[in-house]
Design a protein around this ligand. Structure first.
Ligand SMILES: [Zn+2]
Length: 82
């Protein structure tokens, strides 16, 4: 009997984790993290516009940045915004 309760509790925890993951994934408030592939984004280093689908991305403190190349991403990572 005790084992059944433990299994039920574990299933409940799993259920909440899955539900939370799905909510985080589909939350429109986080839409900046999941830009459409053809959305134009500006490289903060060289100011060139690239499509989100082809850009190199870097996430710092939950903010996603888009770059035209790995060189720009590297420059940015070495000098992150204040
Ligand atoms: Zn660039």
């Amino acid at each position: 009997m005790y084992k059944i309760i433990v299994i039920l509790v574990l299933l409940l925890i799993l259920y909440y984790m899955v539900r939370r993951a799905i909510r985080d994934w589909s939350d429109p408030g986080n839409s900046t993290k999941y830009l459409a592939k053809d959305t134009m984004v500006q490289d903060p280093i060289c100011k060139v516009y690239v499509t989100a689908g082809s850009a190199i991305t870097t996430t710092i403190e939950n903010q996603t940045y888009y770059f035209c190349s790995h060189d720009c991403a590297k420059t940015f990572q070495e000098n992150p915004p204040a």
